[in-house]
Ligand binder design. Structure first.
Ligand SMILES: [Zn+2]
Length: 506
């Protein structure tokens, strides 16, 4: 991890320092010395060597930075454009290839907007699962430069797929008009070789650390959207470079039903390709069966839970308690702006703890302290940075936030863990460090001029909004058949319940 030589020496003095293994309710007061991007020392009292910048943290709480383990930066500018809607309709509006190539200026602005909000919300590491469209290396450079400018740590992946039909296609009526069929069942897409060459080519061109805070991951879009050749090629790359893999699996009931009617197991596809191992992160996993969960536990693969998009796209409530009981670790993500609107891990942690109530009235072990581990330590494992980020320990990277305990969420201060998870939403964040570099101070982002960025966004967004409105119009004739397809899906029995009081297997 190349986070040395970032920033000067900083002493964070007299704050409550959150320790996953200590008193998570009343963390001990300590000094924390940051040097060369890392936490050099944590002790009740640390002398500041001359030239050290001192941050007075009295009355403040120092917390590890969050890992946002699922995000797509291609549709940042769609924030606020859609109400809730089923996944299969949303995907026709928002897919990166639906509305043509973007300018480099627009790509830079959208990347910075997402990075800025994340940093302000205490997210110090993000996994960006980006569809680079068109697949042109100049866009990769623009995105990585914008992240470098913002100063956020990024585990970057280029989304890959070589099958273009919609996930629900196997369940759609076969007698649809040809103009509609062709868009649901897809046309000529990319080949496995083109996708692999592009991904491997970028890794080779830019090296394992394209920028000091940027590393790689791999991102087969979903097992059903990739041929075995593509999955195997990505597995070989993961093996060769020890790269984490993220892939969407069983996000929706139509995806699970499509697999069932075709007698396919998406986990078997991953296993056959050599991807079902501890480097694998299944994104969503709402419709995993009990057997699937067992397979994940055996493989030590994780699930990345995205509660907001799961609800906004009507995918259902993920089996949080079943995963936890089986020993499958859960990381947290915020997903796209077009289906979640905000990058806020406080909300994701809260939902992780609260959503199990809709399936079980019993007390459960998914506590606030566990949610904080999910948002930090498990996220760190997901992006292959275990032991390097996710906790405030000597020798680990200085990725942290400082929360003001005089803000409403913490008055009175009864429990750090519970008030971070159940009361706070980001408003108490005073300071954020990434690799020891202050990126937020006094609630203000230091790396990006937010007022200028807002002005630039205002300049480009009216034209962008028009393009999306045109895309919605172009797609209007797909809505009724797709809704009909969604209803027909219930004829396929799964024996899995992810809605409360809604439709059931007939
Ligand atoms: Zn996603």
């Amino acid at each position: 991890m190349a986070d040395t030589a970032q920033g000067a020496r900083i002493l964070i003095r007299g704050g409550r320092v959150y320790d996953h293994d200590g008193d998570v309710h009343q963390p001990a007061t300590a000094d924390l010395l940051v040097s060369a991007g890392r936490i050099e020392r944590i002790a009740p009292s640390v002398d500041a060597p001359s030239g050290t910048e001192v941050i007075d943290a009295a009355g403040k709480l120092v917390v590890p930075g969050f890992v946002n383990a699922h995000y797509h930066s291609h549709d940042v500018l769609m924030k606020g454009m859609f109400e809730e809607q089923p996944f299969d309709i949303w995907t026709t509006y928002t897919g990166a290839s639906a509305y043509g190539p973007r300018s480099h200026r627009e790509v830079r602005i959208r990347t910075l907007i997402g990075a800025a909000e994340m940093l302000r919300n205490g997210i110090t590491t993000v996994q960006d699962f980006l569809t680079v469209f068109p697949p042109d290396e100049a866009y990769v450079d623009t995105v990585l430069s914008a992240y470098d400018e913002a100063g956020i740590r990024v585990n970057f992946a280029i989304a890959a797929r070589d099958r273009s039909q919609l996930d629900i296609a196997p369940l759609m009526a076969k007698d649809l008009p040809e103009a509609i069929r062709s868009r649901i069942f897809g046309g000529a897409g990319r080949t496995a070789k083109q996708e692999l060459d592009f991904v491997a080519g970028q890794i080779k061109r830019l090296g394992m650390n394209p920028k000091p805070l940027i590393t790689w991951a791999l991102a087969p879009s979903a097992p059903q959207r990739c041929t075995p050749e593509l999955l195997k090629g990505l597995a070989a790359l993961s093996h060769e470079h020890k790269l984490p893999v993220f892939t969407h699996v069983y996000e929706t009931r139509p995806q699970a039903a499509a697999a069932r009617v075709q007698s396919v197991s998406l986990l078997d596809l991953l296993k056959d390709a050599g991807l079902l191992n501890e480097r694998l992160n299944l994104v969503h996993g709402v419709w995993l069966s009990a057997g699937d969960i067992e397979l994940l536990a055996q493989a030590r693969a994780r699930v990345v839970h995205n509660p907001i998009s799961n609800l906004k796209l009507k995918s259902g409530a993920a089996p949080i308690l079943d995963l936890h009981k089986a020993g499958v670790e859960i990381a947290l993500g915020c997903d796209n702006y077009s289906c979640a609107e905000t990058q806020n891990i406080f909300i994701a942690m809260r939902m992780l703890c609260l959503l199990p109530a809709i399936t079980s009235p019993e007390p459960h072990p998914v506590s606030a302290a566990l949610a904080l581990r999910a948002a930090t330590l498990t996220g760190a494992r997901a992006v292959n940075m275990e032991g390097r980020i996710g906790a405030l320990k000597e020798g680990m990277a200085a990725d942290l936030m400082i929360l003001d305990l005089n803000e409403p969420a913490f008055v009175p201060f009864n429990s750090a863990a519970r008030q971070i998870v159940f009361s706070e939403s980001g408003a108490a964040i005073d300071t954020v460090l990434v690799a020891g570099r202050p990126v937020v101070r006094g609630h203000k982002l230091l790396t990006v001029d937010e007022a200028k960025l807002a002005a630039e966004a205002a300049e480009i967004s009216p034209a962008f909004r028009k393009e999306i409105e045109a895309q919605i119009k172009r797609t209007a004739d797909l809505v009724a058949p797709l809704l009909e397809g969604n209803r027909a899906v219930w004829k396929t029995q799964l024996g899995i319940a992810r809605y409360v009081g809604g439709p059931r297997d007939s």
